[in-house]
Write a protein that binds this ligand. Structure first.
Ligand SMILES: CC[C@H](C(=O)O)C(=O)SCCNC(=O)CCNC(=O)[C@H](O)C(C)(C)COP(=O)(O)OP(=O)(O)OC[C@H]1O[C@@H](n2cnc3c(N)ncnc32)[C@H](O)[C@@H]1OP(=O)(O)O
Ligand SMILES: [Co+2]
Length: 157
C-alpha cells in the first residue's frame, strides 16, 4: 500500500490489514546518569552503596567518559562530558547537579528495529554507531519517546 510517499508493508489476514509487528525489544541494558564529576560519582556509588564500578572508559567519539555500575538486573552508566561538543555538557547546563540522561534497551537486530521505529519517531543517526560495549547503538529523540532519550543496543544471540 502506498502511504505518505512510502510503501508501507501491509499483510492481508482474513480481509483485515495488519502491519508487520515491531522487532522484539529485550532487557533494559542500562540506565544512564549524567554527572559533573565521574570519579566523585563512582566513589559515591561504591562507598555509599557498596556496588561494583568499572574502571573509567573514555569514548571521545561520543564525547563522554563512562563508568558502569553493575547491578543484579541491569547496569547504571555514569557519564561525564569529554570535550567541548559533548552532549552531556549541554545536558549539565540545564541540570547542573546531573540527572537521569537516557535508557538503553536491547534489540536483536538494530537495522530491523531502525527500519520499523524510524517510520514513527526520529532516530538521531542514519546508521548505528559503536557504543561503549563495542556493539551497534542508535538513539531516538527524547521528545518522541515520552521525554526520555532512548538508546537501542544490538545484542546478538
Ligand atoms: C553510545 C555510547 C554510550 C553507550 O551507552 O554506549 C552512550 O550512551 S553515550 C551518551 C551520550 N550520547 C548521546 O546522548 C547521543 C544522543 N544525544 C543527542 O543527540 C542530543 O543530546 C539530543 C538531540 C538528545 C539533545 O540535544 P541538545 O543537548 O542539543 O539539546 P536540545 O536543546 O536540542 O534538546 C531538545 C529538547 O530535548 C530535551 N533534551 C535534551 N537532552 C535530553 C535528555 N537526555 N533527556 C530528555 N530530554 C532531553 C531538551 O531539554 C530540549 O527540550 P525543550 O523542551 O525543547 O527544552
Ligand atoms: Co548509553
Amino acid at each position: 500500500m502506498w502511504r505518505g510517499g512510502r510503501w508501507a508493508l501491509q499483510v492481508v489476514v482474513g480481509r483485515r490489514f495488519t502491519t508487520a509487528p515491531p522487532p522484539p525489544v529485550g532487557r533494559l541494558n542500562h540506565l544512564a546518569i549524567a554527572v559533573p564529576d565521574l570519579d566523585a560519582a563512582a566513589a559515591r556509588y561504591r562507598d555509599v552503596l557498596g556496588v561494583k564500578c568499572s574502571e573509567p572508559l573514555s569514548l571521545p567519539e561520543h564525547g563522554v567518559r563512562v563508568v558502569f555500575v553493575e547491578l543484579a538486573n541491569t547496569k547504571l552508566e555514569l557519564l561525564e562530558p569529554l570535550g567541548d561538543a559533548s552532549p552531556i555538557a549541554a545536558f549539565l547546563q540545564k541540570n547542573s547537579a546531573g540527572g537521569i540522561h537516557h535508557i538503553c534497551l536491547e534489540v536483536t537486530d538494530i537495522h530491523a528495529s531502525m527500519a520499523h521505529v524510524g517510520k514513527r519517531v526520529r532516530l538521531l543517526d542514519k546508521e548505528p554507531k559503536t557504543g561503549a560495549h563495542g556493539l551497534p547503538v542508535v538513539f531516538v529523540h527524547p521528545k518522541d519517546m515520552c521525554g526520555v532519550l532512548t538508546e537501542l543496543e544490538e545484542m546478538k544471540g
